[in-house]
Design a protein around this ligand. Structure first.
Ligand code: EPU
Length: 429
């Protein structure tokens, strides 16, 4: 398995192109199942999770064409996928495929909406918590599906098609909202989704579905109304920039000092995180090119942050902020409210010399003068990248093991950081 070697202590200077968002690209690819026409997605990031979903969709009979390089294109341009689900030949998503990536469970909605049936393996737990699918199942039932759970599979049926209905989520769920949206798009009648997730990736998927002929209003608010249509058509859509990648590199710059332009980044996608960075002592400015982040000289101030659904501070940046706060002058408090077990990075950061204490769902981070390199590893991609951030400021060499997790969510990480002056290299094997 590949490893990443980092020698810390160098400030970052230059530009980092921001890729398309993983968490929008995945549901957008799944939305391709809703139509027999071709859905063209631009700005798709080259990530292990995208490749895995290509395999899963392939198993349902979906053809995915990736055109060759165009004149003038560079490695920084995202890829284009032509997704054609003209014929769905298999409505089962087997355990072997779904267990590798939770989001693949979401195929259940377009499959039952278009084909009247779907048999999808339960995704099971994962490194960051139990992550049940009860609310996704509830949404499908509210829209007229009958659900059976058998042998670890969720079997959803709607022989005469789904029906419009009211889906009221007792808690905000991104996957639940994607599921309800895709199912309601092809349901007979109007659906209302209450307490919907407001994440930008939901808006991006709703925009794409509307281009495909869906009738969705209110995406980005907590009440989404979907007027079902009998069929959807092909469309072309460009994936929005990755706000978590943006926030991650912004924190890396705040950690090392320096000055970096995050090209193509959009501030409204992560305002809460940018506000926290400014409080901690970084400078953030917005230009036509993207978001410029710098920190020169001054130390880092501690912060108190609680994760919550959008537009609050995202759980997917919690580990990265914790890495940053290991060097602050004073004690920071970071409370995780979305996942019950998303603190695996704590003991790994401790290997680098961080002082962190857990009190229930809150981490108390006592800033230290310096971190020192060490071998580390993590079993979740955001935790892994938090170790990279810490390593960039640590004295000496850090070896980040199990790079597979980074490749799931960060495109050419070593290249993007290396171009800004970091000493980062990938060691194969
Ligand atoms: N939940 C339930 N029942 C359900 C569904 C969710 O109790 O049926 C709970 C979860 O256990 C969690 C909370 O609701 O406590 C929120 O979970 P949500 O459904 O919003 O998460 P998700 O859709 O599974 C997506 C992202 C995650 C991100 C979360 C929260 C994708 C592919 N995944 O997961 O991203 O952390 O929303 O914003 O979009 C990552 O990219 O590293 C990642 C984990």
């Amino acid at each position: 398995m590949d490893r990443i070697r980092i020698v810390g202590g160098r400030p970052l200077h230059g530009a980092i192109p921001i890729s398309g968002a993983k968490n929008a690209a995945l549901p957008l690819m799944i939305a391709g199942l809703l139509t027999e026409e071709t859905l063209i997605l631009d700005n798709v990031p080259r990530l292990a999770d995208v490749a895995q979903l290509q395999r899963i969709l392939g198993n349902h009979g979906v053809d995915i064409l990736v055109p060759g390089k165009k004149k003038g294109a560079t490695v920084d341009d995202g890829q284009t996928l032509h997704i054609s689900a003209a014929k769905i030949i298999d409505t089962t998503a087997p355990y072997e495929l779904v267990s590798k990536m939770r989001a693949s469970f979401w195929v259940v909605a377009p499959l039952v909406a278009r084909m009247g049936e779907a048999k999808v393996s339960m995704p099971g737990g994962c490194a960051i918590g139990t992550r049940p699918v009860d609310l996704l199942i509830m949404a499908l039932e509210q829209l007229g599906a009958t659900i059976e759970i058998e042998g670890g599979y969720v079997i959803a049926r709607a022989k005469n098609g789904l029906k419009g209905g009211e889906v009221v989520f007792p808690k905000v769920t991104v996957g639940g909202t994607h599921t309800a949206l895709m199912a309601a798009a092809l349901a007979n009648g109007t659906s209302v989704i209450e307490n919907a997730a407001r994440e930008p990736e939901i808006v991006d998927v709703a925009d794409c579905l509307n281009k495909m002929g869906a009738k969705i209003t209110g995406a980005g608010t907590s009440r989404i109304v979907v007027e079902g249509v009998p069929r959807l058509k092909g469309a072309r859509h460009s994936v929005l920039p990755d706000r978590i990648e943006t926030g991650t590199y912004a924190m890396a710059v705040a950690m090392t000092g320096g000055d970096v332009m995050l090209q193509g980044a959009r501030p409204e996608l992560l305002q809460a995180a940018l506000d926290v960075l400014v409080k901690s002592g970084a400078q953030v400015s917005v230009t036509n090119e993207g978001i410029r982040v710098s920190r020169n000289g001054g130390g880092l101030a501690p912060v108190d942050v609680t994760t919550a659904p959008f537009p609050e501070f995202p759980t997917d940046l919690q580990a990265q902020l914790m890495a940053l706060m290991t060097r602050a002058r004073g004690t920071s408090h970071i409370t995780e409210t979305i996942f019950e077990n998303r603190f695996m990075h704590v003991q790994e950061l401790a290997r680098l010399g961080a002082q962190i204490r857990l009190e229930g769902q809150t981490a108390l981070i006592e800033g230290v003068e310096k971190l020192k390199g060490a071998p580390v590893m993590a079993t979740d991609l955001r935790a892994s990248v938090s170790l990279v951030i810490a390593a960039l400021a640590a004295e000496g060499e850090t070896m980040v093991n199990r790079v597979y997790h980074l490749d799931r969510g960060f495109e050419r990480l070593e290249d993007k950081l290396g171009r800004c002056g970091a000493d980062v290299s990938r060691i194969s094997g």
